[in-house]
Design a protein around this ligand. Structure first.
Ligand code: ADP
Ligand code: MG
Length: 482
């Protein structure tokens, strides 16, 4: 149904339907209760009239005791008493009509035949009541009152017209039939208005959200009240936008930095090629020099591309490490060995105090890369020595790599794990490196490797006496993909 497409109409419809049901139940209930209480009242009055007739007759009977004439007592009573709107018929033991009380003016006239017909409907010897119609279809409440006097049985039929009660009930019914639809109509308008008012901020929010694109991710939805549901929804949405914006900015910066880093080696290679092609008469050593430069720059490019590829895979969240049972101490010893010659060349001693077996389920290739990156960084900055220590603490391996270099300036320390971040931006080709002069991706990759193994990589300390990096790898812990 088209009109129920909007939540507003649906809500109003539900609201009105529930109210209609409640009103209907209440109405029927009230009507039933009214009716039964009116009947109770009427029946009580009828019974009183019967009793009062009987009492009066007995009094007459006692008055005329000498004659002990029951008929006289009853006929006197029927002549004497009259009850407004109540009429009494007296029948004999054989259920024959004897007397009736007077019919007052403006009271409906009931024939004795009708009274006889009603009497025949009662058979027991107890008081009882029924609804009865007169010959002209008028409704009466009929009361049956048997009693004994002077040794014989008599029956009273007391009647009361129900037109007043019927009119009263009709009025109640009419009032309900008027009030219920009016109440429903008012509540539908009220409900629709309220729903419209409550949904207005949502409509506004959805309109605003529809205008947010990648170019204006900094825009936010308005929050009227942070405490209510809508405010919280807007806040959640705004938080989502903030996260999206942040990762969008990161992505943009990453692209810009990556292309910037790649542009330099490409232009060097191109420049070298152009120069050597334009210059005539070059000797072999000159060509060799050019080709050496080109080789070094292409290596650098491959390295950057390799790093970018690693980070892209890390970002995709679908990286599955190639786990195997390895010994961390062996990998560390291997890596240190690989650096030793270079260290010696630059008068930097590299010491590794092996501290027992360190078995672990890990990705060997990635762990090698992690330690290589860290030792390589240390070697680039160390003055005379690098120390590597490992220990086991609280179910995790701790590997500390310290150097006696000049340290990282305090204000730069927070940034070193960021992608493409280098403290010294000059792209000096560093001969003190196994990996080669980097693009500032080493530490971010290393951190990712540590976290992929559920561990951590932290800068423990860095001042003018040197720098210490700490790698923490938890033992026996399933690795996760991040
Ligand atoms: N042991 C260290 N001593 C001093 N500076 C360091 C050390 N390790 C890292 N750094 C600084 O952190 C920066 C980021 O390191 P990294 O991500 O490995 O990039 P890269 O090695 O390519 O420069 C480096 O440029 C360097 O300035
Ligand atoms: Mg590095």
């Amino acid at each position: 149904m088209k009109i129920f497409k909007s939540a507003r109409s649906r809500l109003t419809f539900l609201y009105v339907a529930v109210l209609a049901l409640i009103l209907a139940i209440l109405g029927v209930l009230a009507y039933v209760i009214f009716t039964s209480s009116i009947y109770d009242q009427t029946d009580r009055a009828l019974s009183e009239v019967g009793t009062s007739f009987e009492t009066t007759a007995r009094r007459h009977f006692e008055d005329v005791q000498e004659q002990k004439n029951v008929s006289e007592a009853l006929s006197h009573t029927a002549e004497d008493v009259s009850f407004k709107n109540y009429k009494v018929f007296v029948f004999s033991q054989t259920r024959k009509f004897l007397w009736q009380t007077r019919t007052l003016e403006a009271e409906p006239n009931i024939s004795t035949d009708t009274a006889q017909r009603w009497l025949n409907e009662f058979t027991s010897s107890e008081e009882a009541n029924l609804d009865g119609f007169s010959n002209d279809r008028e409704l009466f409440r009929v009361h049956y009152h048997p009693f004994k006097m002077g040794g014989s049985s008599f029956y009273l039929i007391v009647i009361h017209p129900l037109d007043e009660q019927k009119a009263y009930l009709r009025q109640i019914r009419n009032a309900m039939l008027l009030i219920v639809p009016v109440a429903l109509l008012l509540t539908s308008f009220g409900g629709y208005f309220l729903a419209q008012k409550s949904f207005a901020p949502i409509a506004e929010m959805s309109e605003k959200a529809a205008h947010i694109h990648s170019t204006n991710l900094y825009e936010r939805l308005p929050i009227e009240n942070e405490e209510d549901e809508l405010g919280r929804l807007a806040k959640t949405f705004n938080d989502l936008l903030a996260r999206l914006n942040r990762s969008f900015e990161q992505q943009k910066r990453f692209m810009a930095d990556a292309s910037h880093e790649l542009r330099t080696p490409v232009s060097i290679v191109r420049g070298e090629a152009e120069v050597s092609l334009t210059k005539q008469d070059r000797d072999v050593s000159e060509y060799q020099e050019t080709i050496a430069i080109m080789q070094k720059e292409s290596e650098r490019m491959s390295r950057i591309i390799e790093d970018l590829f690693t980070l892209a895979r890390a970002d995709s969240g679908a990286f599955v490490p190639a786990l195997s049972s390895i010994f961390v101490d062996d990998i560390l010893a291997d890596t240190v060995r690989a650096f030793r010659t270079l260290g010696k060349k630059h008068d930097v001693s590299i010491s590794y105090s092996q501290n027992g077996d360190m078995p672990l389920e890990a990705d060997e290739f990635l762990l090698r890369r992690l330690f290589t990156n860290l030792i390589d960084n240390s070697l680039k900055h160390a003055r005379s020595k690098i120390e590597i220590e490992s220990s086991m603490k609280d179910g995790q391996y701790e590997i500390r790599i310290s150097d006696d270099g000049p340290g990282i300036p305090l204000d730069k320390q927070d940034h070193i794990f960021e992608r493409f971040y280098r403290v010294d931006k000059s792209r000096s080709s560093n001969s003190k490196s196994l990996v080669g002069s980097g693009a500032g991706l080493g530490l971010s990759i290393s951190k990712w490797i540590a976290e992929l193994h559920n561990g951590r990589l932290k800068l423990s300390k860095s001042d003018s006496n040197g720098t210490v990096f700490k790698v923490v790898l938890p033992l026996n812990q399933a690795t996760r993909t991040i």
